[in-house]
Design a protein around this ligand. Structure first.
Ligand SMILES: Cc1ncc(COP(=O)(O)O)c(C=O)c1O
Length: 397
């Protein structure tokens, strides 16, 4: 790297007040719950109010729970597939996307992704369908819309359930402006520290299907419907959201539209500053994300050189970046590579997940994908600095 770093002061990040929208509303929410002395959502009103507010935002029944992973577990459990059935999903996501499949004794089947967006390739998904397929879990990676129109059509054609993992895509839309989270039979959201809005941890699952909603609500609370004594109608866990979390989440939910708007505006500024978008060619060899519908949880770049070197270069310029987002595709983790799943058994896994399974995903992670943290607090100067750092690393080749 040549010369002084472009950026000398740290950019605002999600582990400090400057990079989070936590303020007077969240403080008042916490105190309201503490003063009520009711911290468990079975007996309080905050989690149920959060569900109502989520329903107002998305037009679907919401079930609050303890994490995004828990929300996905509610979703997968509500599908009620048989042990050994298959669920098709992406190799590029948080482990929380696949852990619930294994927890329900399902077999994750990884379909390859688009080489630029990293989102599931519908052609690969359809090719992976077998008589044992019961569901597809699509992730809107970094906030970019997966092709949910095509995935919905595939799910309908084959009679399988579509679950949207919207953990990274709060208020993202399709290019036509339709809300992500309204195409799936069930859609799941996370309130973990790094997400657009946070309550530390927390999750929400939404659905338009009353049966799926009631199954998820039961699974969230030990299979206990609470209306008729201590009867456990199905297997369930304790995935309840606490009242403290729900109260903070309500305050944060009120801010999510502004958070997404600001992230989109600064992303648009960066794309313009790099000469991308409809007006320009951009930097040779670098592919910028499309703006349409993107919720910009992170800002991804596709580069021609070595993505790890790019990330090192950007970080040295004061703009933290990650090469590849993950160290390896989900299927290259030990649990898929021969380690036992339960006890000493690999059950439910009945296959190998070899290198080369999803070449586009492997190329993104190993060679071409660079991700920049993104934040609603970025100023025009911050974005200018990020643009200058990218140009400099690009020029240094
Ligand atoms: C796409 C995706 N799915 C699932 C999860 C799991 O969410 P949580 O960490 O809230 O369990 C995350 C994030 O952590 C995620 O990014």
């Amino acid at each position: 790297m040549s010369g002084a770093p472009v950026r000398r002061t740290p950019l605002p990040g999600v582990l400090e007040p400057a990079g989070r929208t936590i303020g007077a509303e969240e403080r008042a929410a916490v105190l309201r719950v503490l003063d009520s002395a009711v911290l468990c959502s079975t007996f309080g009103g905050e989690a149920r109010a959060l569900e109502a507010e989520m329903e107002a935002l998305y037009g679907r029944t919401a079930v609050a729970c303890s994490s995004g992973t828990a929300a996905l577990h509610l979703a997968v459990a509500a599908v009620r597939f048989e042990p050994g059935d298959e669920v098709i999903t992406t190799p590029i996501s948080d482990f929380g996307t696949v852990a619930p499949i294994l927890a329900q004794n399902g077999v994750p089947v990884f379909a390859d992704v688009d080489p630029v967006t990293g989102n599931l390739d519908p052609v690969a998904v359809e090719a992976a369908i077998t008589p044992r397929t019961r569901a597809i879990i699509a992730v809107h990676l970094f906030g970019a819309p997966a092709d949910v129109v095509a995935l919905r059509a595939i799910a309908d054609r084959h009679g399988v359930v579509l679950i949207e993992d919207c953990a990274q895509a709060w208020l993202g839309t399709t290019a036509e402006g339709e809300l992500l989270g309204t195409f799936g039979d069930i859609s799941c959201f996370s309130l973990q520290q790094y997400k657009h809005i946070t309550a530390g941890d927390g999750g929400l699952a939404i659905t338009a299907d009353p049966l799926l909603a009631s199954q998820m609500r039961l699974f969230m609370d030990k299979g206990w419907d609470r209306s008729g004594g201590r009867v456990h109608l199905m297997l369930g866990l304790n995935y309840r959201m606490t009242e403290l979390v729900a109260a903070v989440a309500r305050a944060q939910l009120g801010k999510v539209a502004d958070v997404v708007k600001r992230r989109r505006e600064s992303a648009e500024q960066l794309i313009a500053a790099l000469g991308g978008g409809p007006a320009g060619e951009g930097l040779t060899g670098v592919v910028l994300p499309g703006l349409a519908g993107h919720a910009f949880w992170l800002f991804p770049l596709i580069v021609a050189g070595d993505n790890r070197l790019w990330a090192e270069g950007l970080t040295a310029e004061g703009v933290p970046a990650s090469g590849g987002y993950l160290e390896r595709p989900l299927y290259a983790n030990p649990v898929f590579r021969g380690e036992p799943v339960y006890g000493t058994s690999r059950y439910p896994l009945d296959r190998e997940y070899p290198v080369g399974l999803c070449p586009n995903a492997e190329r993104l992670i190993g060679q071409t994908l660079v991700v920049l943290p993104w934040n609603e607090a970025y100023t025009k100067t911050d974005v200018d600095d990020i643009a200058r750092a990218i140009r400099k690393v690009h020029a240094d080749g």
